[in-house]
Design a protein around this ligand. Sequence first.
Ligand SMILES: Cc1cc2nc3c(=O)[nH]c(=O)nc-3n(C[C@H](O)[C@H](O)[C@H](O)COP(=O)(O)OP(=O)(O)OC[C@H]3O[C@@H](n4cnc5c(N)ncnc54)[C@H](O)[C@@H]3O)c2cc1C
Ligand code: FES
Length: 344
Amino acid sequence: MSVTHSYKLRVAAIRAETEDARSIVLEPEEGDAERFSYRPGQFLTINVPTDREGGAARCYSLSSSPLLREPMQVTVKRTGEGYGSNWLCDNLNVGDELEVLRPSGMFTPSSLDADLLLVAAGSGITPMMSILKSVLHGGTGRVALIYANRDEQSVIFGEELLALQGKHPDRLHTVHLLESVQGLPSMELLREHLRPYRDREMYVCGPQPYMAAVTAAAAAAGVAAERVRQEKFFSLDTDPFAEPRSALDHSGPSATVEVQLEGETQTVSCPKGERMLDAFLEAGVDAPFSCREGNCSACACFVLEGEVEMLRNEVLEPEDLADGIVLACQSVPLSDHLRVSYDE
Ligand SMILES: Cc1cc2nc3c(=O)[nH]c(=O)nc-3n(C[C@H](O)[C@H](O)[C@H](O)COP(=O)(O)OP(=O)(O)OC[C@H]3O[C@@H](n4cnc5c(N)ncnc54)[C@H](O)[C@@H]3O)c2cc1C
Ligand code: FES
């Protein structure tokens, strides 16, 4: 049985991008379109069909742009012997339905008018495509993209990038790094490519060793750490599609939480010691979430009034915390009264 917070998307098209990557175009059911509004850089959580105990929920960044009114699209690259990515590339057909959670995540630029530096490798291009198309179409910012791949054949969106470059020669600058030509991108090589853009907001996504080399190169090139945002790809250990845990115990002291979501405010009672997200979902608030383990930022919200304690945080940066952002799935109330918003 599925949770009420999940939705169905119909597979409208499937396109081979490279030998081992497929784009999947997805359509919401009638009446659900609004629930699938998203910001450039956000991701969907897909319940990949499986008989395995614990399910196979996997996150995929949207490679489409919400500003272009193009249909929603994720792009999946096969991962070795991985289950979910290979299942989606091998078994999905047009007309099939996928169970998903709403778009979420914080890997989104604060302004489409800011100049950005995007640094990607392999499937890490997916959120970057959404961001760069959105900036070029809906903003005034300039974009530098540094994109590393094994060889020319494994470049996802190569032609689309070339076309965008032709259309926006003054605003998009693309550098392709190919392992077959330059070898694995060294810290020194990355530093030289990053240096001209060191004053920009920087977004990084790719395999872990690449992200480590890029962040080291960014520091060496003089990019301030607080301007570097990373999207870490991993597979969920938990099953966000499983039945929610049993009812919360409301017999002890609790906090009153005013929660604002999509322009509506609801008041929820959250027992002290319980996580806010659990109380929101129990009360019927359609709050976003994915991993429920403090790893993904899908549940991030602003605490406008009152104090919470975060039990685990593997994803928010110090400057997010300074802005009052918390992970609802890991936050327990300390104050008696809280005001929380997903809409800021
Ligand atoms: C926010 C977010 C956005 C993402 N966006 C994208 C995206 O846009 N595109 C994309 O392609 N991916 C994306 N990912 C990654 C994606 O969610 C999956 O992690 C990825 O597709 C691999 O899943 P899998 O089921 O194929 O591999 P898994 O089954 O999870 O396996 C992962 C790796 O472990 C190895 N492995 C598995 N089982 C074993 C075992 N028993 N022993 C040893 N090794 C094992 C596999 O060979 C594989 O290399 C994103 C992740 C996050 C968190
Ligand atoms: S749902 Fe992933 S961090 Fe809260």
